[in-house]
Design a protein around this ligand. Structure first.
Ligand code: ADP
Ligand code: ZN
Length: 762
């Protein structure tokens, strides 16, 4: 089936959007989604490179529902598949996954579903697809399209080569009638070419998205005091989700216990823990019961918490791809987030050793060594150059960086721009452009002292010992070697040990000093060292500092107009629902949706419909509960509701002064005092029913009328009090259900309010 022909392109696009709205509640496409969906519908091979959070899944989820067919998605991780299938099903979308984690009954059910064409998407691991038995099943399914997720795994020039992906090369041959659509978040131009070749894509539509993530603020700082630095960064994010990545399992344990000792609720996570422990930590994090996870890279693939506000790297990752992917877990909701990498040149050497070791073990050193060294060189370059981080990252992925537009002129007419560090030229979201990176005063002089000490030590000692001598340490070793007699002994004693260590590593990085290989590397001189000593070149060093960075103006507005109290209130409700249903919190609603609710504050189902991320199914399922929570909160805190113009088209919220007084409420009170009905007040004030019901509730509590017969008839009143006696009045819904949904929420609230007043008076 092809996409065009039956209708005009506009009608067609509208039809797709209608479906997207219906299942997902989105009003517009993200960049490249429409093109990628079209390729899926036209069955033209494609390669879609879209940054993490860009919305790749929608691109392969939409075509099969539009074209009424079943597509196969190849995905490398079970947890990833499970989450997607859960998410899809909660939206009313028929999908299933076949993997080794299923019980025999579940497996039978899925096979049955395939036979009866119940699904639109079937998720498989590459190993499973390739089994001959399964190939047979597929050939009966008349599959017309395959989506390959994490397609970079097919290339050994990528950062996550998986041999089992190589087998996908035969797909085109075995299913010549089906199209193949490759998706990845990270692929340099070289890896892109490799994917196209390996999968034998035919005239593919190559769609490469914009890699920059303007909502992320990048900082790459010298690692001076790891624990203190991590604590300081986390304290900038109270009650927010933070992931700390460490290189080793042991590091995750140490860091997490240090955090706990400092009053930060954290858990560690690595592949060495039992699956039970790992699952519990993942769940606690997804359900927002846990905010800080200290993990190895094993943590992340299956994690779909979109409100991670900070990702910290305790050490340099082994490639820019890893860095991009791991930092990509921050701010997936598009709201501002911070990424901090704590760098030391020691990390590079550590990776070099590890790479060499694993290459030697693989038996095929040359194939894996060259690509890995290349990757390492690039990430080290990123860490040691003082170039805008956004620009450096973008260029690495083969694109040109477009700095953001200067901020809009504020209402006062004064441009915000002039107040920002870095001015309008930079990204306004990295330590370099924000002018946070300071250079060390007297760098050349300090460097000379260090180099001359290396010479006096006859190039025979490591970094640690060199620093001891320069700081004038009085240790047995120093005395034994008589190094306290050297002219350079204690020459830099005013520089703290950690700072001085970092400076030495910076010199190694800049190739102003050399370091031998082996198990006990020593610091050595090279030609550049001599040039510095001769005064032929100046040296620049970054001042390692641990102090707090200044609070900066985020590029992405996000809290403007949002009532934070209401947002927290809705988060509580979401947490409760998620726990009750045993699903991750984001499956209920994303943060962006909650923020939008806390801005617009919809007081009716109708107005809830305009909230970003609320589709039909969710509206029917959860709309009422959230409307009630919003109205209750707004009434209690005297907040206006139904601020329809609060949210801009991109979900970016314009500032809106919060109303402290509410004229509608005063009017309603006057009318109720004269016995007006809810309907009359709705008409007079233009407020939604639920809001007016809230006014009535408040009216009853404040003015304490003797009876409420004007709003609840005599027969209904005792029924409601009887129900309240049975189920209590902490929540309205149980009362509503107890009364067989026959009595309106408005009446229930009025009776409950009246009862509270009566009890108080007794
Ligand atoms: P990726 O796989 O590319 O990392 P996802 O497919 O997981 O990204 O999508 C990231 C987030 O963006 C999800 O929360 C998804 O619901 C949301 N999203 C996707 N497409 C749209 C859209 N057109 N409008 C609004 N939100 C979207
Ligand atoms: Zn920058």
């Amino acid at each position: 089936m092809t996409s065009s022909g039956v209708s005009t392109p506009q009608q067609f696009e509208q039809r797709i959007l209608d479906i997207v709205k219906q299942y997902w509640g989105f009003d517009t496409f993200r960049p490249l989604q429409a093109e990628a969906i079209r390729a899926g519908l036209d069955q033209r091979d494609s390669l879609v490179v879209m940054p993490t959070g860009g919305g790749k899944s929608l691109c392969y989820q939409v075509p099969p529902v539009v074209a009424d067919r079943i597509d196969i998605v190849i995905s490398p991780l079970i947890s990833l598949m499970k989450d997607q299938v859960d998410g899809l099903r909660s939206n009313g979308y028929p999908a299933a996954a076949l993997h080794s984690g299923l019980t025999p009954e579940e497996r039978t059910e899925v096979h049955d579903g395939i036979k009866h064409e119940r699904y639109r998407l079937l998720f498989l691991s590459p190993e499973r697809l390739i089994t001959s038995g399964f190939m047979e099943v597929i050939s009966h399914m008349n599959v017309q399209a395959f989506a390959i997720d994490e397609a970079h795994c097919i290339s050994h020039w990528g950062h996550d080569f998986r041999p089992e992906y190589r087998q996908l090369a035969t797909l085109k041959q075995r299913f010549p009638g089906a199209s193949v659509h490759a998706f990845t978040a990270t692929a340099t131009p070289r890896v892109q070419r490799d994917i196209v070749e390996q999968l034998h894509l035919v005239d593919p539509n190559i769609l490469v998205g914009i890699f920059d993530r303007p909502n992320l603020t990048y900082r790459i700082l010298p690692r001076v005091d790891l624990h203190a630095q991590i604590i300081e960064i986390i304290r900038r994010h109270p009650r927010e989700a933070v992931i700390v990545y460490c290189l080793t399992r042991k590091d995750t344990e140490t860091v997490s216990s240090v955090l706990k000792a400092n009053g930060i609720d954290a858990a560690h996570y690595h592949a060495g823990l039992t699956s039970e422990v790992r699952r519990k930590t993942q769940e606690a994090f997804s359900e927002e019961r846990l905010d800080v996870v200290v993990a190895t890279v094993a943590f992340g693939m299956g994690i779909d918490r979109s409100d991670v506000r900070c990702v910290i790297h305790a050490a340099m990752p082994k490639s820019i791809e890893h860095y991009q992917q791991e930092t990509g877990r921050a701010g997936r909701d598009g709201l501002e987030a911070e990424c901090v990498l704590l760098y030391s040149a020691a990390d590079v050497m550590r990776w070099q050793r590890l790479i060499e070791l694993s290459a030697a073990e693989s038996g095929n050193p040359e194939e894996s060594l060259a690509p890995q060294r290349e990757l390492l060189k690039h990430i080290n370059g990123l860490c040691t150059t003082l170039e805008c981080r956004h620009q450096a990252l973008t260029r690495y992925f083969g694109q040109e960086y477009q700095p953001p537009e200067p901020p809009e002129v504020m209402q006062s007419g004064k441009a915000l721009d002039s107040e920002l560090p870095g001015g309008s030229g930079g990204c306004r979201a990295c330590d370099v452009c924000l002018d946070e990176v300071e250079s060390m005063p007297d760098a050349t002089m300090i460097t000379r002292k260090i180099i001359s000490c290396v010479a006096r030590l006859k190039q025979g000692f490591g970094v640690g010992y060199l620093v001891q001598v320069l700081r004038g340490a009085s240790t047995q070793q120093v005395r034994d070697w008589k190094h306290d007699d050297l002219s350079t002994y204690g020459l830099l004693r005013e520089i703290p040990e950690k700072v001085l260590t970092n400076l030495v590593y910076q010199l190694v990085d800049q190739n102003l000093l050399a370091r031998s290989g082996g198990d006990r590397p020593v610091v050595m001189l090279n030609e550049q060292s001599i040039a510095v000593m001769k005064g032929e070149r100046e040296v620049k060093l970054i001042e390692p500092r641990t102090g707090p960075v200044q609070k900066t103006q985020p590029v992405v507005e996000s809290w403007e107009g949002v009532d934070k109290g209401l947002f927290e209130h809705l988060r509580e409700l979401r947490r409760a629902i998620a726990q009750e249903r045993a699903v991750p919190a984001y499956v209920v609603f994303g943060d962006k949706t909650l923020r939008s609710m806390a801005t617009i504050r919809p007081a009716s189902i109708d107005s809830m419909m305009i909230v970003h991320g609320v589709g039909e199914k969710k509206l029917a399922d959860l709309g009422q509960q959230f409307v009630e929570a919003i109205v209750d909160f707004c009434v209690e805190h005297d907040l206006s509701t139904d601020e329809r113009d609060g949210a801009g088209p991109a979900g970016i919220v314009r500032p809106k002064p919060q109303k402290k007084t509410n004229p509608q409420r005063g009017m309603a009170f006057g009318m109720f005092a004269r016995g007006a009905s809810i309907r009359d007040v709705m008409e007079a004030t233009g407020r939604a029913e639920v809001t007016v019901e809230g006014y009535l509730e408040q009216f009853i509590e404040e003015r304490k009328p003797g009876d409420i017969a004007a709003w609840v008839d005599e027969a209904t009143y005792p029924k409601v009090t009887a129900a309240i006696d049975e189920v209590g009045m902490e929540a309205l819904r149980p009362i509503y259900l107890k009364l067989n949904e026959q009595v309106s929420y408005g009446e229930i609230r009025a009776v409950a309010a009246h009862l509270r007043v009566r009890r108080e008076q007794e």
